[in-house]
Design a protein around this ligand. Structure first.
Ligand code: ADP
Ligand code: MG
Length: 674
């Protein structure tokens, strides 16, 4: 993709900064908003705060030096006078503002001390009969050094040079009441002055929907093609055997129906020769780990190795001890690889993995480092997959020839996102919690009532229960973060001298963290003060109270994950969200959502509406383009249609699909991110 007209290197660099590499990108660079310059307003009708077009003659213009150097002109039409002020200006501007000359002046009106004025308006000398534009004026997103006028010209050139013919057969638009591609672009770049701006700006206008639909189709094509390409590669089939059954009968519980279902789907994929790419999603505490363990067993039984990668030391440690309990009776060795090991231990572990003595390796990022080699990795499992980047997940998979991949996620992905961004994956969903869980009561409490909360902590711990106290998140500084955790720990220990208060934070050595977590697990610590390191995965069923300080600073999925640490046992559980007034509008809606809903899917859906898909997708998308026009939740109807038609068009009209992808993706990578 490139520009079909000359563009200077400086301008090219700026366009690239905007992600624009060629004609098609420019044509799809849509205005942020539009200005109506199709009507002239008489000066006496001007209203401060308004954007307006005025046609007026220069009365006088002079360069003043007080309070600072500026060019000030008075202009007038039949009914009034207006001051025009420039704080930065060229000598040519002074020259051009000749008394008596007629100008068209576009800018924002302000009520100044000396009457109405415009600061830095656009001024164009005109004749009395110079026509007004008959279309709205686009205002584009731009970058320093690239002005609106210049960018407008470039976009118009691109629109002119491009072949805007339809790429896809017309029948896919049938009955949708959408304009053609060329017409939609023209309407969006240069809308008719009659078009209602509000409708355009809401992105519900048919012209906008047309582009959103085309973009969703491009995404479906790209992801489905990636999926087909993968299906033609070969993985080692992992045959189901007796190990999984042995684990199931040893467990103190039965799988829920949803777990059974997920396990059936995964087991089926593993036994095939296509490399599996499956996302197992299930709410916090829904029991994904045991499913991952079953998958490992299927790999081991086929003579292959499995790896489980977790984003934190604490979580990796938990998986390790849980799996060891399950696998040792079956005579399966597990290796544990984290940065917590001494060099000698590490060396030995790496050797056991390389020799194939360890059937399963559990660990953090340490797993995909250069010195780690598997004898034959058949299955790569990534827990809390959104915490890892695309590259890291790939790095783990590259430890085997073509291993099957299973990704676990406790941040449920709303259906619309799964259908769009995850269309290259298969998804299994665990949509129920194991029986016997007590729902967590959520309370919103202003932090002025701290004393009350302390008494509550005391009461819970006296009865043998345990509690978490999560310290506020301070984005800017890990140092302040740490200090806050230390202070909170000291404060709580001072107020609750009879309790054993522990502390865990991200700056601790892995071995220290481990020791604290083990003590908490064994109820040798009553109250655990922590930064968000306990956000994912930690499983201590006896803990039934969670206090989150400055809950207003946390994101929705974080709050949901944190809250998921309690309500895991038989004890009645409570999550107290301490907040500090005044609350921003945004914080208020987040707290309301978390208060009203305990269902991860519902929370994720509302999060998506609130913030768009960026957060939910996490690192998955880094490197792959985001949707620019479509919003899967808002444009659900378009998405469903695109998802239905995508595979069919790939099959029936491959050449049209290729042309459509070229238009929409061009130099960009596909939507697939591994
Ligand atoms: P998550 O899906 O959040 O990773 P875990 O796998 O950690 O959840 O499971 C949470 C807890 O529930 C664990 O203690 C696990 O052993 C237990 N568990 C899993 N499945 C069941 C089940 N079917 N019945 C009862 N308890 C279960
Ligand atoms: Mg988990």
């Amino acid at each position: 993709m490139s520009f079909s007209f000359p563009v200077s290197p400086a301008v090219k660099a700026r366009l690239e900064k905007l992600g624009l590499y060629g004609d098609a990108d420019l044509a799809l660079h849509l205005p942020l908003r539009w200005e109506d310059e199709t009507r002239v307003t008489a000066i006496r009708d001007l209203i401060p705060g308004q954007q307006a077009v005025v046609q007026a003659k220069v009365m006088e213009a002079e360069v003043l030096y007080r309070p600072r150097r500026q060019l000030v002109a008075t202009v007038a039409d039949d009914g009034g006078e207006l001051i025009v002020r420039f704080l930065n200006f060229y000598p040519s501007q002074v020259q051009s503002l000749k008394p008596g000359r007629l100008f068209r002046i576009v800018g924002e009106v302000r009520g100044g001390f000396f009457g109405l004025e415009m600061v830095h308006p656009r001024c164009q000398p005109i004749q009395p009969d110079t026509p007004l534009p008959d279309r709205l004026t686009p205002v584009y997103p731009t970058t320093a050094g690239l002005g609106q006028a210049g960018l407008r010209k470039l976009v118009d050139k691109a629109l002119h040079a491009l072949d805007l013919a339809e790429t896809l057969p017309q029948e896919i638009y049938a009955g949708m009441d959408l304009p053609g591609f060329a017409e939609a672009l023209l309407q969006l770049h240069h809308p008719d002055s009659g078009l209602p701006l509000a409708l355009l700006e809401s992105r519900e206008h048919p012209a906008f929907r047309r582009l959103a639909y085309d973009e969703l189709l491009a995404q479906q094509f790209s992801l489905r093609l990636a999926r087909e390409a993968r299906a033609s590669r070969r993985a080692t089939p992992l045959k189901p055997g007796k190990f999984p059954q042995a684990l199931l009968s040893a467990l103190p519980f039965r799988l829920t129906a949803a777990q059974e279902n997920a396990w059936r789907e995964i087991s089926g994929d593993l036994s095939g020769a296509r490399p599996m790419r499956r996302l197992l999603q299930g709410d916090v505490g829904s029991g994904k780990t045991v499913i991952a363990a079953l998958a490992c067993l299927q790999a081991i039984e086929s003579g292959m190795q499995a790896a489980i990668m977790a984003p934190t030391e604490i979580l990796a440690e938990q998986h390790f001890s849980k799996l060891r309990g399950w696998f040792e009776p079956l005579g399966i060795e597990i290796a544990w690889l984290t940065s917590a090991l001494t060099p000698a231990q590490k060396k030995q572990t790496v050797a056991r993995i390389a020799a194939g003595e360890a059937g399963v390796a559990v660990g953090t990022h340490a797993l995909f480092q250069k010195n780690v080699h598997f004898r034959n990795l058949g299955l790569a499992i990534v827990d809390e997959q959104h915490r890892f980047g695309v590259r890291q997940r790939l790095a783990l998979s590259e430890k085997g020839a073509e291993p099957h991949q299973l990704m676990l996620s406790a941040t449920p992905i709303p259906r619309t996102l799964a259908m769009s961004y995850f269309a290259d994956l298969d998804v299994s969903t665990i949509n129920e919690l194991p029986p016997g869980r007590t729902p967590v009561a959520t309370k919103l409490v202003a932090d002025t009532r701290r004393e009350e909360i302390l008494r509550r902590v005391q009461a819970v711990c006296r009865e043998g229960g345990q509690a978490y106290w999560v310290c506020p998140l301070i984005e800017e500084s890990e140092k302040i973060d740490l200090q806050t955790a230390l202070d909170t720990h000291a404060m709580l220990q001072a107020h609750l001298p009879e309790l054993r208060v522990g502390l865990v934070h991200g700056r601790m050595k892995p071995s220290e963290k481990q020791a604290v977590m083990a003590a908490f697990q064994a109820n040798r610590i009553n109250l655990l003060v922590s930064t968000t390191v306990i956000e994912v995965g930690v499983d201590v069923p006896n803990a039934s109270l969670m206090v989150i300080e400055h809950a207003e600073r946390f994101g929705l999925s974080q709050l949901h994950q944190l809250r998921g640490r309690v309500g895991r046992g038989a004890r009645e559980s409570v999550c107290i969200l301490l907040f500090q007034n005044p609350l921003s509008e945004d914080a208020r809606s987040r707290l309301r959502i978390i208060y009203e809903s305990a269902d991860g899917f519902e929370i994720a859906r509302r999060d998506l509406l609130l913030r768009g898909p960026g957060e939910l997708l996490g690192a998955r998308q880094s490197g792959a383009p985001m949707l620019r026009f479509a919003n899967p939740e808002r444009d659900r109807d378009l998405l469903e249609r695109a998802a239905r038609l995508g595979p069919e068009l790939i099959e029936r009209r491959p050449e049209a699909v290729a042309a459509h992808l070229e238009r929409w993706l061009g130099a960009r990578a596909g939507f697939s991110a591994g």
